[in-house]
Design a protein around this ligand. Structure first.
Ligand SMILES: C[S@@+](CC[C@H](N)C(=O)[O-])C[C@H]1O[C@@H](n2cnc3c(N)ncnc32)[C@H](O)[C@@H]1O
Length: 212
């Protein structure tokens, strides 16, 4: 078992290596992240918002898509890997805030965002409850968290968490844990967020929408 700092250092090393190719067709296993972008965009489109935070934004593919559609909203992308943020900044999207920071301790004032999105980043967090508590703090009342990650039936989760993730760690990946729907519901409840959608979708995807 690694410390939280060791996991985060592994994550930073992993995505420092990936940053230059992340949005190209040479992204390898990260290619599958792209499948989630239309789903998140559709979910966001259900309600109006002004201030959006992308937690674990990487090089900012999701913010780029949203910006193309509406460049007037206030977008903030936060990521723990400085190189990912460096590549995001090179896009020169005027007015977008790119910040190096930790999703477990979001560096914003209370009640700052109407919408927070988080895709394919959550399974890297060693203290998942801290993330949800932090999201609840910085969401405006009535604001939404839209989160995409992996989940699986109990036995598969055990194999992923006890075999697949430690093997990935040995290969220099910062994956920590994949959670059940029940655990996700409990994180939301403890943080004070109301679950509006929580489902296991095809290809092991987890969809969560929760509201402050
Ligand atoms: C697979 S990428 C996903 C990027 C983007 N959200 C997407 O869907 O394409 C995971 C990202 O989460 C970031 N990350 C992992 N742990 C983090 C943490 N504790 N705080 C902020 N970012 C984190 C990584 O640096 C990486 O850029």
């Amino acid at each position: 078992m690694k410390t939280a700092e060791e996991y985060k250092n592994l994550t930073i090393q992993e995505f420092t290596r990936a940053a230059d190719v992340y949005e190209t067709d040479k992204a390898g296993l990260y290619e599958m992240c792209k499948d989630d972008y239309p789903y998140i965009a559709a979910e966001l489109a259900n309600e109006d918002y002004e201030d959006l935070l992308d937690c674990g934004c990487g090089t900012g593919p999701m913010i780029s898509l949203l910006y193309e559609n509406d460049s007037k909203k206030n977008y903030t992308g936060l990521d723990i890997t400085p190189k990912m943020i460096e590549v995001a900044k090179e896009k020169n999207l005027e007015g977008v805030n790119w910040i190096v920071g930790d999703c477990e301790n979001l560096p914003f004032e209370e009640n700052s965002f109407d919408a927070i999105i988080c895709s394919n980043s959550f399974h890297h967090y060693p203290n998942p409850q801290n993330f949800f508590n932090s999201v609840n703090r910085v969401l405006k009342p009535g604001g939404r968290l839209i989160l995409q990650d992996y989940t699986a039936p109990k036995i598969i989760l055990w194999i992923m968490n006890h075999i697949e993730m430690p093997l990935a760690n040995l290969q220099g990946h910062g994956d920590v844990c994949v959670h059940s729907l029940k655990e996700m519901e409990s994180f939301c409840n403890v943080a004070g967020l109301k679950v509006e959608k929580l489902e296991a979708a095809e290809k092991g995807r987890l969809h969560l929408v929760a509201r402050k």
